[in-house]
Design a binder for this molecule. Sequence first.
Ligand code: C2E
Ligand code: MG
Ligand code: MG
Length: 931
Amino acid sequence: MNQALPNDTKSPATVTGLSLFQKLCALIIIMIMLIMLGRGYISYLQTMGKYDDQVQNRLQRLEQTFTTLAQRSSHELFRSADRYTQPNGDATHNVTALIPSLMSEVESVAIISKQGQILSSAQIEGADYQPGSDEIQSAVATIATTQQPMASLICNPDCIQSVFIPLISDNGDELIININRSAVLLFEDFYDITGTELVVFSPQSTNAEPDVKFSSHGAEGTRLLNAIAQALNLELTTAQHYFGKTAEGYLAAHFFELPGSTLHLAIISDESAVASLAARTISEVLAAALVTSLLLSLVVYLVLRPPLKKLAIITNALPLLSGGNFSDARQALKKIKRHKKYIDEIDLLHHTTEDVNNALDLLSSNVLRQRNELQEKVHALTEAKQFNEMLFDNSPMVIVTHREDGSIHNLNAMGRTLSGLNNKPAFNANINHWVRDPENDITLSGSLQNLVDKPQKKLQNELPFLTGDGQIRDFLWTHSIISIDNSRLFLSLGVDITETRRAEESLRWLGEHDRVTGLLNRSTFIEEADRHIHSMEPNQYIDLVMVDIDNFSEFNDRFGFDCGDNLLRKFANYISEELGDARLLARTGSGEFCILMIQRNHGQPQPHNLDALSRFQIDTGGGVETISATIIVDHYNVDIDGIDDLLSNATSLMQRMKSKGKGHVYHADDQDSKESRQEKYLLKEQLLEALNSNRLVLFYQPIVDMHSHNVSHCECLVRMLDDEGSFIAPAKFLGIATECGLMPRIDYIVLEKAMRQLAAWQQAGITIQLSINITAPTLEQPDFAERLGDIISATGATPESLIFELVETDALENIENARKLLEQIKVRGAQIALDDFGIGFTSFEYLRELPVDYIKIDQAFIRFINERENDQTLVRSIIEMSHSLGKKVIAEGVEKKAAVEILRDMQVDYIQGYYLSRPVPISALDLNIHL
Ligand code: C2E
Ligand code: MG
Ligand code: MG
């Protein structure tokens, strides 16, 4: 899979401007052209420079030519002077005479005195070729000094060649002959000989055009000179040479002063032909450069195009790599055909690019995979973090991390709420301020010394939380040491167990007390009485007083349960008041109270007191009722086994005495006790007989599942068949069976019978489960598990459909042992129920510690639940607590439809009771009950 690599700069996918190849070609052409042009220009400059020198030399030679011509012309004029002087030496008079002959050679002649006066002169008619007085004076002065003839060229305005020759006349006068001839002849000769233009001019000092005196070709010469003057910015005064381009074309000129004159002379040569030749040469050079460049470019093109094309493909493919389009790049790179033999650098680059592409592709896939994995991990971590944060702040427990001195590192929402910190930061606070036991002066940090000194994994303890609003709440803490940022911290998790404690307390209290009167209940009375008897000192005497309200059930029927309860409460108070403190008082039956009188000196309890107990008046709302109570007083002695014996004596005596006469006080004598023991003996014999002759019968009572509304299982309840064919209830014989250690035997018989019934059902496809009562002593037998296994294999029933109802849990000797035994049962697939929950129940811990699946709430709390609010409160809390521990709840003793509705409302899981069915023999069992 292709995936874009991280890339900050986006490269274009293709070359959009000039390609590298085109740029290279253009560069080569331009470079070649520049080189050729430079070369051409340099040769042009060299040629023109050389030509300039040549022209200059030529023009300098022309100056000499002109000078020579001028001297030659002057000499001619000197020689002609002889003709005026030789015949008679009187030149003065001959001048006029000679004029006609002069006409062909000179323009004018003059005889000048040595003072510069023209003595005589002659000239050709119409001509005006005479020097001015300035020139004459200058010449006279020069000759006076040199005594030599002199020649000069004067343009005033016409140019003349003027010579001055000194001579002495016949009469001895010093004279000067001046002969003048037009300079045109000289100039024309020069032009004829040299073919160059000659211009005589007077340079102007101001920036003005030169004042042309003579031009060998009239206006043509003037035009050329002016063009040069313009090119030289009219600076002709000092100029000696010119060669260059002017408005009149390429011109060369040489300037010099005329000897003996202020005039300047310019020899001008038209060099346009040379310039055009040079221009043509340059064009040819350029053309050659262009052609060469094109040819070179063609060669370069042919040579470089294939590799550059490859390079272009690679170049275009490279941005695809950075864009992560590896397959596109691979396709693009495939377009390059590689020669097997000839491999150049670009082929290597191509090969490398392909390798890089593959490597990046692989890398990208790996990165993507890793990124996905990372994302998943991040996601999981984020979820975990959110979960942790949610847990931290929504947890119904206090979570605090703190240092050894108790200073808080972090405290969750519940902790902040309880401490009163609420939204304030908890950093500077100390947890010991809230979590401590003020009574024993223990702080949270103080309680963690074990964890600090001998680091264990975890430490559990209970310490109260002193809340910000002044409450003291019970907390169960679990502490551990954690490390955050390399520093050691304590993590303390605290669960508020205040309510649980209260519920436990109330359950314990309920377990120990009678809910109506608040007195001890029967089982607690037995425990307490036993304790007193066993710790009784030699000089102590113990009497049991049993008080039973006569016709109490009738009273209930007449005035209702509330009134009955009221009677019990008031009567209990009455007994308390009458008998004082030195006794143990309990309600041991529905209308029955027992008092254990402990006295130091032997003697009967005060009779008048006891008599007073046999009568009591109560306001029923409709009038005052007098009720009576029958009282049995039995004295404890060493012949009696214990409180059970004492109680059973008193009970049987009570029944007998009531039949004789209610509302009296009776003192048991030794004879009565013997009678009672005789009864017990007979019952035991009867039970043994029944066991031996298989006269134990199982009755079945259906239990309905409140979710499916159908019978889900049945409880097996044992009955003893007596000689007369009637069924004796277990309450009658189980007590003696326990006393005689026969309970395990009964339990195994019941278990086997139940399993056989279960096997029959399973064979018939009936899925109903069976629950069997099992007493703690049986369970604790060392070979119980083994015998259970034997029964399972003997009967062939599946133990998964079996529930063991654990009765008489009080008898369990060791909870840890019981847990192990129950685990053994569970391993076989059977389930466990805790029977008679809520009554005679010593420790609520059993519920937490034992691996039970069901709680059976005792019928005492259920039977009148529709009438008693207290029962409802208690049952509701038992159900909620059991559910919170994951246990299912069975309510037994359901007798009324109203009770069903209340229990349904409380979300009880199963119900059992006379409302559905009484315990019946298998033949009468109806499994189709539907609620
Ligand atoms: P239990 O296990 O709690 O059994 C429930 C008792 O409540 C049964 O009495 C049953 O008949 C009675 N009962 C059920 N529904 C109602 C109702 O709606 N109202 C009233 N008033 N009573 C109801 P039973 O059969 O007399 O058994 C009494 C106790 O004897 C049992 O209490 C159990 O502890 C013990 N027991 C019975 N059979 C066996 C047995 O096979 N083995 C052992 N170890 N104990 C047994
Ligand atoms: Mg039971
Ligand atoms: Mg029960």
